[in-house]
Design a protein around this ligand. Structure first.
Ligand SMILES: Nc1ncnc2c1ncn2[C@@H]1O[C@H](COP(=O)(O)OP(=O)(O)OP(=O)(O)O)[C@@H](O)[C@H]1O
Length: 237
């Protein structure tokens, strides 16, 4: 899914969380979004998914201007996301956690057990289908959350800090899965503090700072960018 952000601005009182931000991504693969704390990464995901509104500017997804659409209409365009803090229904089974969003978006017929199990298999938790989601270990709950997002069969998948709290092994497994999802044709936008993992899996990286683009390019290009090295490593020219 092609993403075009043009002069996007989101204000919170006096703070410009996103400040006249513009970039274009042709879609497919993994777009890594990195930047220091408070750079505006989550706010950008929020406007891409309709959780927050732009104050000015436009965001176009494969030709559709979403700036004034609500979250449900954006979801119907094929956009799904995960959150920094887990969004899992603790008291529902793992299977029902994926069937609820399928039913909500695609209707009752799309919410049969078999289709739910297919999604759970994709993230490797089908064996836990009938357990209450809240009883699973944290790393597995993260996978339930990812399964909930995949359940609606998105074209664009927005991941906010999906590796936070995972062990090294779980993180590597998750990163491999993101690459596979991209190979399946889903455009993945990855916001993540673990820069090494972002650089390893992304085709293209946008580095944000103070709500605007500090650098953009391939992983190799951004790591050698002097502005990025200054922002991250405190290096001087
Ligand atoms: N709801 C809000 N109300 C007020 N200020 C906010 C709100 N949400 C974000 N901000 C401010 O906007 C700026 C960008 O925040 P945002 O959470 O988008 O950054 P981030 O890059 O995701 O940061 P982090 O890496 O710490 O999650 C910060 O200065 C933040 O304090």
């Amino acid at each position: 899914m092609d993403i075009e952000v043009a002069h996007a601005t989101v204000r919170f009182g006096g703070v410009r969380a996103v400040d006249d931000l513009s970039f274009r991504y042709a879609g497919g693969g993994v777009l890594g979004l990195i930047g220091p704390n408070g750079a505006g990464k989550t706010t950008l995901l929020n406007v891409l998914s309709g959780v927050s509104r732009l104050d000015s500017g436009t965001i176009t997804l494969s030709g559709t201007d979403i700036a004034r659409l609500g979250a449900e209409k954006i979801a119907r365009l094929g956009v799904a996301r995960t959150f920094q803090n887990l969004q899992v229904f603790d008291s529902l089974s793992v299977l029902d956690n994926v069937l609820v969003p399928r039913w909500a978006l695609h209707g009752r017929k799309a919410a049969d057990r078999g289709s739910g199990l297919t999604v759970l298999e994709r993230v490797g938790i089908a064996e836990h289908a009938d357990r209450l989601a809240g009883t699973l270990a944290y790393g597995l709950q993260r996978r339930v959350e990812l399964a909930r997002a995949l359940a609606v069969e998105p074209e664009l998948l927005l991941l906010d800090e999906p590796l936070a709290g995972l062990s090294h092994v779980e993180g590597e497994r998750a990163t491999r899965l993101f690459a596979e999802l991209a190979e399946d044709g889903i455009t993945v936008v990855l916001v993540e503090h673990d820069v090494r993992s972002v650089l390893a899996v992304s085709n293209h990286v946008v580095v944000l700072d103070h709500g605007t683009v500090l650098a953009t390019g391939t992983p190799d290009e951004v790591v050698t960018d002097p502005a990025v090295r200054r922002a991250y490593l405190g290096e001087v020219d």
